[in-house]
Design a protein around this ligand. Structure first.
Ligand code: CMC
Length: 428
């Protein structure tokens, strides 16, 4: 605290505290605004509204910076395992070998799911969207582990809940895929890494055990690491919003899955591939699609472009673009969608519409091509995003409670009818 900001309204001046974060981000604390002045602020979409103080993730959208707990995403993406990153995001520090070993053991312990919970999968139609299954099943898990309903758990109890959730989300996701393709489920193998175990549960068959190549395992690890947290995005804010009523962690993240599902958020990775496939098969030129995206009378958008915060470049997209080339090469795959994506990006970089609006590829633009290369089916893409985002959701939920934040309850400005009198139905 230090400086004050002064607001003059209706001829009177009011002072508000100014707060500066550790990276020099500034805010005006207007918590007393309505009580002092009778005014509220209006900010639909919350583009200028800070909803919390957080020490988890730092994003500088103008400079294209992303850091988890202070560590640059470029270093983390290059060197860390998803389990290490989960520990970092959850507990604030990189784990020691011993801490990581204990964390991995807890993840392995919680990987199997209760047989009665397993039966619920057969109640879903084959065509059920995997995100609907994931959200429903995450809520169901808590019925089988009532201890996770405790909202104010600390220490070991919280560690157990966090590991249980990170582990179950992986098993549930893989099982839902097996059910959808009408194949038997593969039980988790405690000897495998987080990523290799997921790939085994997805792709092993009774007659052929799937063994992930180091390239595939590393690619999946990178995908999960890059999605592990991204401060107050739509789904994380949803998790916080739900958690602010002291709803338990599982129902809060189940709500996060629903928020993530939308095509403007985690559903965009599916949207990108559909768009690129459409471009490939339609016979229309790229300019046709660019014109469509620029045409304000059409609802068409370039999927995987634009971001509320990044106004320069999304560092995750740069990392993914580089890695996609390497993965395709290492796996000896040729994906013509990558050529289309690159040409599309190049065209937008010479187009005033995109340049003047700072619309650059976001994390979803190249991630789908990576997921395709490692064999993940299209409708599972947002589920992969949800698995990756789990450490961030858990950590934000916990931080909200630790900060004893008030229940989320925005205001509105009413624009409807003024007071009028009820008329009984037979007199109307
Ligand atoms: N294609 C064409 N025009 C766009 C696009 C796009 N993808 N994105 C934004 N614009 C235009 C928008 O119409 C507006 O134009 P104008 O100023 O003429 O009205 C201008 O750019 C500013 O956009 P905005 O609507 O203020 O942006 P926003 O911050 O409200 O929305 C967004 C951000 C990511 C939802 C949006 O850019 C979008 O819909 N992108 C496509 C979907 C997508 O890729 N989503 C993934 C986001 S990154 C991962 C994640 O967080 O989930």
């Amino acid at each position: 605290m230090g400086d004050k900001a002064t607001l003059t309204v209706d001829g009177k001046s009011y002072d508000f505290d100014v707060f500066v974060g550790s990276e020099n981000e500034k805010c005006i604390d207007i918590q007393s605004l309505r009580d002092q002045t009778g005014y509220i602020t209006m900010d639909p979409g919350y583009g200028n509204t800070g909803s919390c103080y957080s020490s988890i993730t730092y994003v500088d959208g103008a400079k294209g910076i992303l850091r988890y707990r202070g560590y640059p995403i470029e270093q983390i993406a290059e060197q860390a395992s998803f389990m290490e990153v989960a520990c970092l995001i959850l507990y604030g520090e990189l784990p020691t070998q011993q801490q990581l070993g204990r964390f991995r053991d807890a993840i392995a312990e919680h990987a199997p799911i209760h047989t009665n919970l397993e039966h619920h999968f057969s109640g879903f139609p084959k065509s059920a969207p995997p995100m609907a299954i994931l959200s429903a099943m995450l809520n169901l898990v808590s019925c089988f582990h009532p201890e996770v309903l405790e909202v104010h758990s600390e220490g070991r109890a919280f560690n157990r809940t966090a590991a249980l959730l990170l582990s179950k989300v992986r098993t549930i996701s893989a099982f839902s895929y097996r059910m959808a393709i009408g194949k038997p489920i593969n039980h988790p193998n405690p000897n495998l890494s987080y990523c290799a175990n997921f790939l085994h549960m997805m792709f092993s068959d009774p007659y052929r055990e799937y063994i992930a190549s180091p390239t595939v395992e590393r690619a999946l690890n990178l995908f999960l690491v890059l999605h592990a947290d991204h401060e107050q995005n739509c789904s994380t804010s949803t998790v916080r919003m739900v958690g602010s009523s002291h709803a338990n962690l599982f129902s809060s993240v189940a709500a996060g899955v629903c928020a993530l599902w939308g095509p403007l958020h985690g559903g965009a990775n599916t949207g990108v591939i559909k768009m690129l496939e459409d471009i490939r098969s339609s016979g229309h030129s790229l300019d046709y699609y660019l014109d469509l995206a620029k045409d304000k009378s059409s609802e068409y958008k370039l999927m995987g472009f634009g971001h509320r915060v990044y106004k320069n470049f999304d560092p995750r997209s740069r990392i993914l673009k580089k890695r996609v080339y390497e993965v395709l090469e290492e796996l000896k795959l040729d994906d013509t969608l990558l050529d289309i994506a690159i040409e599309l990006e190049e065209k937008t970089l010479q187009d005033d519409y995109f340049l003047s609006r700072n619309l650059y590829p976001n994390v979803d633009f190249y991630s789908g091509i990576l997921l395709r290369a490692i064999g993940i089916p299209l409708d599972m893409f947002p589920v992969m995003f949800a698995i990756g985002r789990m450490p961030g959701w858990i950590s934000n939920w916990r931080e909200l409670l630790a900060h004893k934040q008030r229940i989320s309850r925005p205001r509105q400005i009413y624009t409807g009818e003024k007071l009028r009198q009820y008329v009984p139905i037979d007199e109307r």
